[in-house]
Design a protein around this ligand. Structure first.
Ligand code: NAI
Length: 331
């Protein structure tokens, strides 16, 4: 029986992976530790490892895994910016991911952040619990009639666009390689600069690559409308956090909703409520009344976790058996 080490595992990972590990086909061992150079030793004796968004799978770690005889790395997520695909290929380690588990889960979370910022649900919830029914300070704005700029029109971008069109928004989109499905939507494809200058609301749905790193920076912010709303449920590295703080301080940025953060690997997925957070940029972001942050929970629905567990287990079994796997990442 193949042995698989699951890194960065939480109770819910174990619950869903065990549930769909039919007849215990794979021997699954759970480690709470994040995979890093320091923890890679835990992978000794395993045929495959399974990792998540903040595990580090760089060249150094891959070389260690290769020495330990690990043949397959299964990402239980869609993005793979944390992995050196070229190095994996050179070591002949097979990589797979879950390319689509529920684009709607992330799209709905995106809209949730937007609606919370536009209608101040987070403030209203607390106020009403204290029998304070005054409306001062709760005035919002309509989404209907607004121009929304979507960067990245893949599966999540498209699911988000469909909801936005239902709200009566005008959607403009930038994507260097839109699919036929994307082109069929009632939207206008424009240059990246047009998104920055025309949109009232900008939402990010492109992957994090060297080209897209800090796509939201000082100069792109300068091109944006005053009061612009920015939503990021993709990857934290798309936003230059220092630049966004400057934009918030001058009120050029009206609202910011983020489910991801550049240096989230030191913070997210853990209960740090009794700790002193050392990241001063993150704590500054938390102080703004017009910033809403969630801790990378866009994917976190029951439907998504079921698909992630099923697909991940199938991917591992196929690759270890030497079978073709549609979800293998090839360089
Ligand atoms: P996808 O691969 O279906 O779509 C990505 C799209 O971005 C493609 O159409 C591609 O052509 C486009 N793109 C690439 N470079 C671009 C650029 N420079 N400017 C504009 N568009 C560009 O990916 P999917 O499934 O829609 O996911 C998007 C991202 O969402 C993932 O890369 C991941 O980082 C993030 N994500 C976040 C989750 C969360 O829990 N918050 C969960 C799942 C994914």
């Amino acid at each position: 029986m193949y042995k698989v080490a699951i890194f960065s595992s939480k109770k819910y990972d174990q619950q869903f992976l065990d549930q769909f590990n039919q007849n215990n086909a794979l021997a699954l061992h759970y480690f709470e530790s994040r995979l890093t150079y320091q923890t890679a030793e835990l992978a000794q004796g395993y045929d495959a490892i399974c990792v998540f968004v903040n595990d580090v799978i760089d060249q150094q770690v891959l070389k260690q895994l290769d020495r330990f005889g690990v043949r397959v790395i299964a990402l239980r997520c869609a993005g793979f910016n944390n992995l050196d695909l070229k190095a994996a290929k050179s070591l002949d380690i097979k990589i797979c991911r879950v390319p689509e588990y529920s684009p709607e889960a992330v799209a709905e979370h995106t809209i949730g952040l937007l609606l919370t910022l536009s209608r101040k649900f987070h403030k209203a919830y607390l106020r009403v619990r204290e029998n304070n029914f005054a409306l001062d300070g709760l005035m919002g704005f309509n989404l209907h009639g607004k121009t929304v700029g979507v960067i990245g029109c893949g599966k999540i971008g498209q699911a988000t666009i469909k909801i936005l069109l239902g709200f009566g928004c005008t959607v403009i989109c930038h994507d260097p390689a839109p699919s036929a499905e994307a082109k069929a939507l009632e939207i206008e494809f424009v240059d990246q600069d047009d998104i920055f200058s025309r949109a009232d609301i900008i939402t990010l749905h492109c992957p994090l690559t060297p080209n897209t790193r800090h796509i939201i920076n000082r100069s792109s912010i300068a091109q944006m409308k005053s009061g612009v709303v920015i939503i990021n449920t993709s990857r934290g590295g798309l936003i230059d956090s220092e630049a966004i703080i400057k934009g918030l301080k001058t009120r050029h940025i009206g609202f910011l909703g983020m489910d991801v953060y550049e240096l989230e690997s030191e913070l997210f997925f853990e209960d740090l409520s009794a700790d002193i957070i050392q990241d001063d940029v993150f704590t500054r972001l938390l102080t703004f009344p017009n910033v809403l942050i969630t801790g990378h929970q866009g994917f976190f629905t029951e439907e998504a976790l079921i698909t992630i567990a099923r697909t991940t287990l199938d991917n591992i079994q196929l690759l270890l058996d030497g079978q073709p796997c549609d979800n293998e990442l090839v360089y």
